[in-house]
Design a protein around this ligand. Structure first.
Ligand code: ATP
Ligand code: MG
Length: 205
């Protein structure tokens, strides 16, 4: 039986905040592997026009290709319509019945998860690992955790994490302004973004 971390995200594009979060989650929780799953048509972002799913998936794959314990999966981008986390977890449990799943996310998601589709099903099918992220305090996170445990019998692990003030939004903005994003994303991803001239146009995020 494996302990598998799942990290969903738009990864538009993937950056070192995502990768360090994955690495910390692996080590702090003794996970066997962590699977990064780029969203197809993100329901939370209410936007089907986010950068082409194939590009986001390809960059995510590039970012983890040399890590022995990280994989990038295309199950959400292959699904038609909006992608819902509860469906992804159901699908994974059917495909890998022997494994135990840990859904890893940043603090922002701890505060929004109740508004995701079918939160009870999400909490029933995995343990949540919520990492500190600038913008919320550990104190607030403790309170939110207690409320979710009471309301949903959720299993939640709060994970201290580095304060990394990087977001994909900030990266897209820098690119639009013609600034460098070197060291904010892995070199292979940087090269790909430059080659394809991604995120340079106003309507391209
Ligand atoms: P955007 O600005 O487009 O929303 P993002 O940087 O927030 O992008 P997402 O793809 O929305 O990235 O997030 C995927 C997951 O990674 C979420 O669980 C989010 O909380 C987490 N995450 C992203 N950046 C950080 C960071 N700097 N520190 C901690 N967690 C992060
Ligand atoms: Mg985000």
């Amino acid at each position: 039986m494996g302990k598998i971390g799942i990290m969903g995200g738009t990864f538009n594009p993937i950056h070192i905040g995502h990768l360090l979060l994955a690495q910390y989650a692996l080590e702090e929780n003794d996970l066997d592997e962590i699977w990064l799953i780029p969203t197809g048509c993100s329901y939370m972002k209410q936007d089907c026009s986010v950068m082409n799913a194939d590009e986001r998936h390809y960059m995510t794959k590039l970012a983890v290709s040399e890590h022995p314990k990280m994989r990038c999966m295309d199950i959400e981008i292959k699904r038609e319509g909006y992608t819902y986390t509860f469906e992804t977890l159901e699908q994974l449990r059917l495909l890998y019945p022997g494994d135990e799943f840990y859904f890893v996310f940043g603090a922002d998601c701890l505060f929004s998860i109740e508004n995701w589709k079918e939160p009870q099903k999400i909490f029933d099918s995995c343990t949540i690992i919520a990492a500190f992220r600038s913008g919320s305090s550990m104190d607030e996170m403790e309170k939110k955790k207690a409320a979710l445990v009471t309301a949903f019998h959720a299993k939640i692990i709060l994970m201290p994490f580095l304060r990394i003030e990087i977001s994909s939004t900030a990266i897209r903005e820098r690119l639009k302004e013609g600034k460098s994003i070197r060291y904010m994303v892995p070199d292979a991803v940087l090269r790909y973004i430059e080659e394809k001239n991604l995120y340079r146009l106003p309507n391209e995020d």
